[in-house]
Design a protein around this ligand. Sequence first.
Ligand SMILES: Nc1ncnc2c1ncn2[C@@H]1O[C@H](COP(=O)(O)OP(=O)(O)OP(=O)(O)O)[C@@H](O)[C@H]1O
Ligand SMILES: O=P(O)(O)O[C@H]1[C@H](OP(=O)(O)O)[C@@H](OP(=O)(O)O)[C@@H](O)[C@@H](O)[C@@H]1OP(=O)(O)O
Ligand SMILES: [Mg+2]
Ligand SMILES: [Mg+2]
Length: 348
Amino acid sequence: MAERRFAIGYALAPKKQQSFIQDSLVSQVRSRGVDLIRIDAERPLVDQGPFDCVLHKLYGDDWRRQLEEFGAVNPSAVVIDSPEAIERLHNRISMLQVVSELKTADRSETFGIPKQIVIHDKETLFDRPAWEAGLRFPVIAKPLVADGSAKSHKMVLVFNRDGLDKLKPPIVLQEFVNHGGVIFKVYVVGKYVKCVKRKSLPDVSEEEKLGRLEGLLSFSQVSNLATNERTDDKYYKKMHLDETEMPPQSLLIEIARGLRLAMKLNLFNFDVIRDARFGNRYLIIDINYFPGYAKMPGYESVLTDFFCDIMRKKEREAEEKETIRLVSNTCCFSDGEDGVLSVSPLDR
Ligand SMILES: Nc1ncnc2c1ncn2[C@@H]1O[C@H](COP(=O)(O)OP(=O)(O)OP(=O)(O)O)[C@@H](O)[C@H]1O
Ligand SMILES: O=P(O)(O)O[C@H]1[C@H](OP(=O)(O)O)[C@@H](OP(=O)(O)O)[C@@H](O)[C@@H](O)[C@@H]1OP(=O)(O)O
Ligand SMILES: [Mg+2]
Ligand SMILES: [Mg+2]
């Protein structure tokens, strides 16, 4: 019998498509019986395919409706991941709420999120008693919405009250935590977990906290790297990343698993910093859907394994469904005096 092939449709923004859909990935996936096929976002999704699976990172109501329609017409197709689950990551409060709800086994390290509050309007921003009691300067002001737009990545490090003037709510004010200038990016692909080090904002000294003239410092995507700046040895040396110890892999695996199950997401990364005040306290500051996997060393084989697992699971489920269908179409009856049961299929 000919080998069963699978088709995975992908719907990605042009930049994402360019970085993620590399020839090396396409050919490795193909050699394992899976074809990656581009979805034309300009045409109705239901008219394209057939797809066993849809992989996507597009925004908006129209795309959501298209996925719903596709799901209704193709109930056995797998959508990675569900738009409702992804939506949680588009708001920086709901994004991190899930971390606070995670429960892990007893261990010497602890984890959590930095203190933060949401500010919906200018009034609350200047109503200092409402938030200054719980939060000390410096703070990072982050746009509440994290929808992938350039605007949603624009951050401001605020050193004192003077810096508040220029902020534009709705924002999240998050405690800035010194962490030695290195951030850990933890990439999750289903059950696979890979942590890499990247440069981050430098620590702010006590003198700097008191003596800064300007109240704020704007920045955007400090830890993001272009694909051509891959995390090679040169980058590690230049940024002094070598000297920084990684968080324990077992802790990261535990957090990744907790997040994956709680959020019902397969493809994401989360940013972790080590709180310099404690040394064994880790803070999760950001979670991103479908991040830049191509920057992960050997991303092709990780993603290929993941796609093949999904397709195998889908096939297994289809077989199980078929078995249940056959069994439920069978009737059991007593075969005469000895009371022995026999089974006879009804759908001959
Ligand atoms: N609470 C914090 N304390 C210290 N540094 C922080 C904190 N929050 C953010 N940073 C720094 O600011 C950077 C940007 O913050 P964050 O990751 O929330 O933004 P983002 O635009 O969502 O990033 P990404 O490009 O990963 O999506 C972080 O990579 C880190 O260097
Ligand atoms: O730019 P890259 O592809 O490498 O990936 C970045 C990705 O951008 P893209 O999805 O638009 O491409 C970002 O997504 P949005 O928040 O903007 O949706 C976010 O996930 C970053 O964290 C990723 O960088 P990484 O965390 O891996 O360093
Ligand atoms: Mg980040
Ligand atoms: Mg982010």
